[in-house]
Design a protein. Structure first.
Length: 238
């Protein structure tokens, strides 16, 4: 009986642990993936795509935990099943606000560029060829939030992922710094606790294969950097 009680409580704790580690949130930050990355374990089967190993494992463990609660609920307490259900329902309502509060607290204490959040879903670039069909002109929005109590100054690099391969000449490297008309890196400033929408305008040498066109890019990978270091914001990379 004691063993079954321990299994029932452990199953409930397992459900909570899987939710905290692997449930998606508005910050696009999975704590489980972050921990795996830090210990050198791949979360995806193909870099940032393919089979999401942690999602598969977390679903299996979640199902195991739910089954454990159902099977052993009466061994813990006659009302344990009802308690677990109510706890999870209430938890679903407060999870995101609580997660955001903890996330903000952690980010605010990191300092430097690490205290900045990149809001990928609210960012995009529009592009079109110039009149000479030699350069691609970019305009767009990059949304950032500074959790720090200090001002952050930095430059921005665009990582040339698959969304750029057909558009620009990638022979010069894997990333391009956002520069002004004098080809000098643009300095951006984020005031303390500020959330801003940057609106860069710049041009990049066009790929010869791309002719007279335009469009929009939504999945933008960026790198913020200054004299103190850099902070990468790559899709599904921590």
């Amino acid at each position: 009986m004691k063993t079954r009680k321990v299994l029932g409580i452990s199953s409930f704790i397992l459900i909570i642990l899987m939710i905290v580690l692997f449930v998606e949130n508005k910050h696009q930050f999975l704590l489980g993936d972050f921990i795996l990355a830090k210990i050198g374990v791949n979360a995806w089967s193909n870099g940032t795509t393919g089979l999401h190993y942690t999602a598969v494992i977390s679903i299996l463990l979640m199902v195991l935990g739910i089954m454990g609660v159902i099977i052993f609920k009466k061994d813990v307490h006659e009302k344990f099943g009802r308690f677990a259900l109510y706890f999870l329902l209430i938890g679903a309502l407060i999870f995101q606000p609580a997660y955001s509060s903890v996330y903000g607290l952690v980010k605010s204490n990191l300092g430097g560029l690490s205290s900045i959040e990149y809001m990928r879903k609210d960012s995009h670039l529009n592009f079109k060829t110039d009149d000479m069909n030699k350069q691609i002109l970019y305009t767009g929005q990059i949304k950032l939030k500074n959790y720090s109590s200090n001002t952050n100054e930095f430059h921005i690099k665009l990582v040339l992922n698959e969304h750029f391969y057909d558009l620009v000449n990638t022979s010069e490297g894997k990333d391009i710094t956002i520069c002004d008309e004098f080809n000098k890196p643009v300095k951006f400033t984020l005031e303390p606790k500020a959330e801003v929408m940057l609106t860069p305008e710049f041009s990049i040498k066009q790929n010869d294969k791309f002719q007279n066109g335009g469009g929009s890019i939504n999945m933008i990978d960026i790198i913020l950097y200054n004299d103190e270091g850099e902070k990468k914001f790559l899709y599904k990379q921590y």
